[in-house]
Ligand binder design. Structure first.
Ligand code: Z5A
Length: 255
């Protein structure tokens, strides 16, 4: 999707929800030891061209009137890399570096971590702490898939760096848009590849397999991205409803 069309950093207010109990998350924890901000953090992951940008825009339009968001909560959409002004500069360096400035694998990992640290500190955590919802195109899973499984950097090193960059913040829900690599290449068509996309077929195959492994390990919600974009949207919406319903049950158990 065209850069100018991307809806990053936009905010929308939720309509009054149909079931106020559906989003009771006070006191829940995303991960052991991490205090949970009251908002919701939803991430779209998958290989290049799997339809994240398309679905982010559709969910951006749907969520505020879905009845899932608490009254007054805002929806913020963002992406990585590039969800902050610093991130925009890092994105250019990462995807379209000037001649001679392409980062080595370790530097690439550190630049993605820097982008994420700034994004969490400046955008994501403040929004979640204010009770808002954040819908993000890519997060930590992409680093494990591309720099871990793709580049072959040690996953333990990546995990340690992630903890440092995010302060332990993890998504509440990750929607993994699963698409075969060949279909992703077909969808890309004649569009010029950025530096990561140009890393070669074997690299992209390792990334795609890495996403499948991560989805199993991290209990991501799989969405079949081969379907029409309307059907993909419906699956994403169903996953979000399910997640909210599970939150309501958990909230009642806690309360
Ligand atoms: N990267 C990394 O290495 N490490 C990290 O930690 C992070 C990222 C965070 C960011 O690229 C690059 O950074 C990315 C990973 C790396 N590189 N790669 N490869 P980006 O943000 O510029 O782009 P992207 O996220 O990889 O993908 P994209 O090009 O924006 O694609 P998309 O958002 O997933 O898909 P789309 O734009 O919605 O759709 C692609 C096309 O398919 C478009 O023509 C649509 O109209 C069409 N489409 C969408 N859905 C459908 C369906 N359902 N059917 C048919 N056609 C469809």
């Amino acid at each position: 999707m065209n850069q100018a069309e991307r809806p990053e950093g936009q905010e929308f207010r939720g309509a009054p929800q149909q079931d106020p109990a559906a989003l009771s998350h006070a006191g829940q924890e995303r991960s052991a030891g991490a205090v949970t901000p009251p908002g919701r953090f939803v991430v779209l992951e998958g290989i290049d061209g799997c339809g994240k940008t398309t679905q982010l825009e559709r969910l951006r339009q749907w969520l505020p009137t879905s009845g899932l968001m608490p009254p007054g909560a805002r929806l913020l959409t963002s992406r990585e890399p590039g969800g902050t002004p610093l991130g925009q500069a890092l994105r250019e360096l990462l995807l379209h570096p000037p001649a001679g400035a392409a980062p080595c694998s370790d530097a690439e990992l550190l630049l993605y971590a820097a982008d994420r640290a700034q994004h969490v500190a400046q955008v994501i955590r403040p929004a979640l702490e204010a009770g808002d919802w954040v819908l993000c195109d890519r997060f930590s899973g992409s680093t494990a898939a591309y720099q871990g499984y793709g580049r072959g950097l040690p996953l333990e090193r990546i995990a340690a760096l992630e903890g440092f960059a995010t302060g332990g913040l993890e998504p509440d829900l990750t929607l993994w848009l699963e698409l075969p690599l060949e279909e992703s290449l077909r969808r890309r068509g004649g569009r010029a590849a950025d530096r990561i996309e140009a890393s070669g077929h074997d690299f992209l195959e390792r990334v795609a397999a890495g996403f499948a492994t991560l989805a199993r390990q991290r209990s991501w919600q799989r969405v079949d991205a081969r379907q029409s974009s309307e059907m993909v949207t419906q699956e994403c919406q169903a996953a979000l409803r399910c997640h909210a319903a599970a939150g309501a049950v958990q909230g009642r158990a806690d309360g």
